[in-house]
Write a protein that binds this ligand. Structure first.
Ligand code: IPM
Ligand code: MG
Length: 327
């Protein structure tokens, strides 16, 4: 397997080497292609990612991605969005399971749900107009785009509780009723039961009753927002991984951003990036290795070897070294 490695900016440059040290502990012979891509490069060269970078990436099987700073500058195009679009990584899979000895904000520890977020269209269609006195973003929801994400959710549901929750805002948005109808059709064809939730009610209920949910399927922006809510429920952004999956390629990344406020201090939590490596191994068929990462992470958490976000005083590399040692 050929892996493009994009640490990116900020803490991405700390958590990705830490996660790679865990990957290296398996000795799987994965070929790593390091790439300098991101906002730092944009400041230096005027381009965050070049066409040559894209060519190199498309010759790899998958990408391990740290985080890239996206300034609110209309001239700056998000690298992650470009990668998702050009590699057609249409499914953003974000699992939320409580890890051992993590203090959670809600009473229950009995949840285990996955957000399946459409990743290439919706509010992120890129169809935008900026005028003097008005700005437009077109929310594009296609049948093909909705069908393939709904199918993904149903395939996942078949290996779990055979149930999906469709999250939308069909009470006000026609594009949402369209998405909902496609998802229901897909659930029925696949023999999967479903429930619908309005996005606002969902945010509320997920915080109070995360144990009620299993596979959650939704559109791009709703999935973005809901997964940050879910990360808070699961104990923090420093713990939550994600997989961006297409037919041909995949990209694995922690949900968190580049966190410029703590960058360079060596205190970023590497667990989200390490669990992203776990998702990559699962995707590549190394299921046993993937499971051993979860075990090692839980064991290190139980030993309270944690970074300051979890109340500990260990560094990024202390945590990753402890996990790598167990492997
Ligand atoms: C995420 C991030 C991205 C998104 C940003 C960095 C473009 O928030 O992966 O959740 O909005 O999708
Ligand atoms: Mg987000």
């Amino acid at each position: 397997m050929k892996l493009a490695v994009i640490p990116g900016d900020g803490i991405g440059r700390e958590v990705i080497p830490a996660a790679l040290s865990v990957l290296d502990a398996f000795g799987l012979g994965i070929e790593k292609i390091p790439l300098d891509i991101g906002y730092g490069k944009w400041e230096r060269t005027g381009s965050a990612i070049t066409n040559e970078d894209m060519d190199i990436i498309s010759e790899c099987d998958c990408v391990l991605f740290g985080a890239i700073t996206t300034p609110p500058d209309p001239n700056y195009k998000s690298v992650l969005m470009r990668l998702r679009k050009e590699l057609d990584l249409y499914a953003n899979i974000r699992p939320f399971v409580p890890l051992k000895s993590i203090r959670l904000p809600c009473d229950t520890k009995e949840f285990d749900f996955v957000i399946v977020r459409e990743n290439t269209e919706g509010m992120y269609s890129g169809v935008e107009e900026l005028h003097e006195d008005v700005a437009y973003t077109t929310r594009v929801i296609t049948r093909a785009g909705s069908e393939r994400i709904a199918e993904r959710a149903c395939i996942l549901a078949k290996s779990r509780k055979k149930h999906i929750t469709i999250v939308h805002k069909a009470n006000v948005l026609k594009s949402c009723s369209f998405f909902r109808d496609v998802c229901i059709g897909s659930a029925q064809r696949n023999g999967i039961s479903h429930r619908e939730m309005l996005m606002d009610a969902m945010a509320y209920d997920l915080i109070l009753h995360p144990e009620r949910y299993d596979v959650i399927v939704t559109t791009n922006l709703f999935g973005d927002i809901l997964s940050d809510v879910a990360a808070a429920i699961a104990g923090g952004l420093g713990l939550c991984p994600s997989a961006n999956i297409g037919e041909r390629y995949a990209l694995f990344e922690p949900i968190h951003g580049s966190a410029p406020d703590i960058a360079g201090k060596g205190i970023a939590n590497p667990i989200a990036a390490i669990l992203s490596v776990k998702m990559m191994l699962e995707w590549g068929g190394w299921v046993e290795e993937a499971n051993s990462i979860t075990k090692a992470v839980n064991s290190v958490l139980c030993d309270r070897i944690t970074t300051p976000d979890l109340g500990g005083s260990y560094s990024t590399t202390d945590v990753s070294a402890a996990i790598a040692k167990l492997i």
